[in-house]
Design a protein around this ligand. Structure first.
Ligand code: 2NL
Length: 342
């Protein structure tokens, strides 16, 4: 009777398969634990006649051993299984890996914002060549023959006599617009410009400019001021103060530098504004009548204002960037900070 039972148990143990921790636990409950069928066999020892006790004991010990050997086997099989699952590196419960998304370069974002502000008040965009002749870059703009800006140390000349150079400002684009169009003209010309300067935290030989030009009948200095007030408040916030400081440019008369109240200290005075409470954002003025005439526009009938700003400078003020070289070094730690910006 016992022999049959033991035979059945051994068969069951040999055939057992566990492919999950749950099945392994079921096996343990059935064959290993105190209350298992094997445990019950030991309890039956009491009912076995003395002369059979030795043989029965040997039998149930071998069942116990077989059950334990099989248990180790099953544990190893399951661990092996777990390992091979891990080695595929696939965990379907993990969130999907996100694709890296590029950001908008701070100079691009700044240029786009400037364009947006002026387009809304009726300015269009104009573009022109980065390689310019002397007429469009200097002579039409009323630069005297011996003006220092024409010198080798300020301008990258590609050819001499006739002079061909990398444009030093985008005014040359606006000269081309005036030569080709009749007023009213309201145009904005953003672009890359070149000056032969030593590279530092505040200057670069390649930088970006945006110039604006408004030519029509009865355009006055009040129009210039109001337009740039509007720009400063849209760009830097409605509490921004604006002031104009008398200045000089060959192509405008009168001329003025445009200052805004310092964004960092709110006009209190700090190291960014050097204690003055004001920072310069660009230059402006009424287009010199000579320039209008050079471009075929009757200066008796038409007047105009113009302004120019460095895009790097505006971006540095807006985002508190201390070194202009960061814009072109492509350091990912710098660029990443502008990732969510559109
Ligand atoms: C500055 C100063 C300025 C202009 C640019 C201009 C263009 C024409 C005629 C007259 Cl076609 N003027 N542009 C006028 C005043 C200042 O730029 O500081 N730029 C970064």
């Amino acid at each position: 009777m016992h022999n049959d039972k033991i035979e059945t148990l051994l068969n069951e143990i040999t055939a057992y398969q566990a492919s999950s921790p749950e099945e392994l636990e079921n096996y343990r409950m059935r064959f290993i634990s105190k209350k298992s069928v094997v445990g019950e066999l030991f309890a039956e020892m009491r009912n076995v006649p003395n002369e059979e006790k030795k043989a029965f004991g040997q039998q149930i010990n071998s069942v116990k051993q077989a059950a334990e050997d099989k248990f180790q086997e099953l544990i190893e099989a399951i661990n092996q299984n777990g390992k091979s699952q891990q080695s595929t590196g696939i965990d379907l419960t993990l969130p999907a890996t996100t694709l890296p998304v590029g950001g908008i370069h701070p100079l691009t974002a700044t240029r786009q914002r400037i364009i947006e502000i002026f387009e809304r008040i009726g300015f269009n965009l104009s573009e022109g060549p980065e390689i310019e002749d002397d007429w469009h870059n200097f002579t039409a703009l009323n630069f005297p023959e011996n003006h220092p800006a024409r010198e080798m140390q300020d301008t990258f000349f590609l050819e001499k006599n006739p002079d061909i150079a990398l444009r030093t400002h985008t005014s040359s684009v606006q000269v081309r617009v005036m030569e080709n169009q009749k007023p009213p003209i309201r145009t904005l010309s953003p672009g890359r410009v070149f000056r032969n300067e030593a590279i530092s935290a505040r200057a670069h030989c390649i930088f970006h400019q945006v110039e604006g030009l408004y030519v029509d009948r009865n355009v006055g200095f009040a129009d210039l001021k109001q337009t740039l007030y509007h720009f400063a408040k849209e760009m830097f916030g409605k509490n921004t103060q604006v002031r104009f400081r008398p200045s000089y440019f060959p192509f405008t008369e009168p001329s003025a530098e445009i200052d805004i109240s310092c964004q960092l200290c709110n006009g209190e005075g700090c190291n960014v504004c050097k204690g003055t409470g004001w920072v310069e954002i660009g230059g402006s003025g009424m287009v010199d009548p000579n320039v209008l005439e050079n471009c075929g526009i009757d200066s008796e009938e038409f007047t105009g204002f113009a302004f120019g700003m460095g895009i790097e400078r505006i971006a540095m003020l807006k985002y508190q960037i201390k070194d202009l070289r960061l814009f072109t070094e492509n350091d990912i730690r710098f660029l990443r900070q502008f990732k969510p910006m559109l």
